[in-house]
Write a protein that binds this ligand. Structure first.
Ligand code: PLP
Length: 408
């Protein structure tokens, strides 16, 4: 008899994003003629840049000829891409890494769960809350989260990100083994300053904590002085893995490519106290589990780092940031408390009058015909908030803002 991994059965049957789709479908049946604007969308809307697409096309041509064909590539990624990553994303910020410390992946969503595979099930886990939900869910299925009671997983340490602490998670006063942080944060828009991030690195050095730092939105940072990488903090290479994705920077949501940084200095422990190199362990895991990202995709990713590619990336990011800044400006005098929208293309809205996030979602849907994401999708501290995404066309953002202003 085949037995299942019962941890999967622990997850709530219907996830929030599926419920949103269900509510929207219901709305369309009840009000067929109403023109909905969907700002719950978590996907980019712009195509790949022309230069990136052209590089990909050239790579496809190479694949079509025996002399230039590429079969299995290195599991860790082609050196041309890893070197471009180091030069542009790290050396430019005074961070030195070697290609052996970069692992090209097929996006962060899968990578988050994959990394969990080489971590013991007994680790105490901490997550900034609210945060991208996959961090908690990947720990649920690997048996680290405990049981779901009263909206919380019993073994997860929720690191409260609330208005009173500026949505900045604070190190707890007890040791936690693995901590997930994200800056700029989806959904709140919080960014770590160097000093608030240093507190985490110091905490991790003191407690032998492993930090998984999600920098998916780093290219959206608008002000100087805000760390783009955790390795801008001294000592971080000893305690942190950094995850980066090309999804939000270059529209790779459908193409699938990102990378993971695992510094050589990072050590993890065995139960009997031996130190193991995380980089070697991950390398080993990749060798037996992964055959690399396609050559064509990696050529497209490398094209992002050319001067034309950089201009295309900047143009797309500016577009989404202009959307969100306009939304923030227009909604700021409506009496609704607004957060985010400075370094991420999301607005985080405080719900007035004690409505739950789901109630408010439905009120907005039926009242303004605008779809938002209930904050509870991102963790218990998301209750009382909704998120509006600016990954949409300018005209839709303008129309949504006009409707919301009237509706508020
Ligand atoms: N990390 C954060 C914070 C995200 O918001 C998302 C997507 O919404 C991801 C990771 C997923 O990235 P990828 O497309 O590389 O899987």
């Amino acid at each position: 008899m085949a037995l299942v991994n019962e941890n999967f059965l622990e997850l709530p049957q219907e996830n929030v994003f599926a419920s949103i789709r269900g509510e929207v479908e219901k709305f369309k049946v009840i009000r067929p003629s109403n023109n909905l604007i969907d700002l719950s969308v978590n996907d980019v809307i712009h195509s790949l840049g022309t230069h990136v697409a052209e590089s990909m096309r050239l790579a496809v041509d190479e694949m079509a000829h025996t002399e230039t064909f590429h079969g299995y590539g290195p599991e860790q990624g082609y050196v041309f891409l890893r070197e471009a990553i180091i030069k542009n994303d790290f050396n430019s910020r005074g961070i030195h890494l070697t290609p052996e410390e970069i692992f090209v992946n097929d996006g962060i969503k899968s990578e988050i769960g994959n990394i969990g595979e080489i971590l013991g099930t007994d680790n105490a886990v901490g997550v900034a809350d609210p945060i991208y939900p996959i961090y908690v869910e990947s720990n649920v299925v690997s048996g680290r989260a405990g049981v779901f009671r009263g909206g919380h997983w019993s073994n997860v340490n929720y690191l409260e990100c609330v208005e009173s602490n500026g949505f900045v998670p604070q190190p707890p006063n007890r040791p936690v083994d693995v901590v997930y942080l994200c800056s700029p944060n989806n959904p709140t828009g919080m960014v770590f300053s160097k000093s608030s991030l240093k507190k985490w690195v110091d905490y991790a050095l003191k407690n032998n904590t492993l930090i998984l730092f999600d920098a998916t939105y780093e290219a959206y940072i608008q002000s100087p002085g805000i760390p783009h990488s955790i390795y801008e903090i001294r000592g971080a290479k000893k305690v942190a893995i950094e995850l980066r994705s090309f999804s939000r920077t270059a529209g790779f949501t459908g193409l699938r490519c990102g990378y993971t940084v695992i510094p050589n200095e990072l050590q993890v422990q065995t139960l009997d106290g031996r130190s193991i190199s995380m980089n070697s362990l991950w390398n080993y895991r990749q060798r037996i589990r992964f055959n690399g990202v396609s050559y064509v995709t990696q050529c497209a990713a490398a094209a992002i780092y050319t001067s034309e590619g950089k201009m295309e990336v900047r143009k797309a990011i500016d577009y989404y940031m202009k959307n969100v800044m306009m939304m923030r400006r227009e909604l700021s005098n409506t009496g609704i408390r607004l957060f985010g929208g400075e370094h991420v293309p999301y607005l985080w809205l405080r719900i007035p009058h004690q409505h739950s996030a789901w109630e408010y979602f439905r009120m907005m849907l039926y009242g303004a015909h605008v779809v938002c994401t209930p904050g509870i999708a991102f963790g218990p501290n998301g209750e009382g908030y909704v998120r509006l995404s600016a990954f949409a066309g300018r005209a839709d953002c303008e129309e949504a803002v006009a409707r919301l202003k009237e509706w508020f």
